[in-house]
Design a protein around this ligand. Structure first.
Ligand code: SME
Length: 153
């Protein structure tokens, strides 16, 4: 199946998996598990804004750092600039936070509240260079919208 079709299905699956549930940790954990297993990524998870920091949320993959400051690393940049950040080669990204030395490329997509403020991010790492492109960005932003609608972040 091509990437567009895989994502089209994934968006629907994420929505049906988390709709009707009211436990945010459980919803995010299941969303991470489904995305991780479907796409075969290295690390798939969430950081959530708390006490003016991004703090580790539900994820799948190797252990990760607990806290990221605003503007730091790929996640902190996506938060600070309120935009999706795609990194082809993490070694070329100034200030990249290496939770795992195996990670080579990364995409981070912000999650918003009703007012448009960033309340967290979806963070995905790959063991390969340049895994993510504008197709991934567009579909992961769709998944972010589903999560914003269905999860009390
Ligand atoms: N590499 C991220 C930190 C989180 S880990 O990838 C799970 C960053 O630079 O923000």
């Amino acid at each position: 199946m091509d990437k567009e079709k895989t994502y089209e299905l994934l968006v629907k699956q994420v929505e049906s998996l988390i709709e009707g549930e009211i436990n945010p940790a459980g919803q995010l954990a299941n969303a991470a598990a489904l995305m991780h297993e479907t796409m075969g990524w290295w690390w798939t998870g969430f950081y959530l804004v708390k006490d003016d920091m991004l703090q580790l949320g539900p994820f799948q993959g190797p252990v990760a750092c607990y806290r990221i400051k605003r503007g730091k690393g790929v996640c902190g940049t996506a938060w600070h600039e309120n935009r999706t950040v795609v990194v082809d080669d993490v070694e070329q990204f100034p200030g990249h936070i290496a939770c795992s030395s195996e990670s080579r490329s990364e995409i981070v997509v912000p999650l918003h509240d009703n007012q448009g403020a960033v309340v967290g991010v979806i963070d995905i790492d790959s063991k390969d260079l340049a895994t993510f492109d504008e197709v991934d960005a567009r579909w992961l932003e769709e998944i972010a919208h589903v999560i914003e609608r269905q999860v009390n972040l």
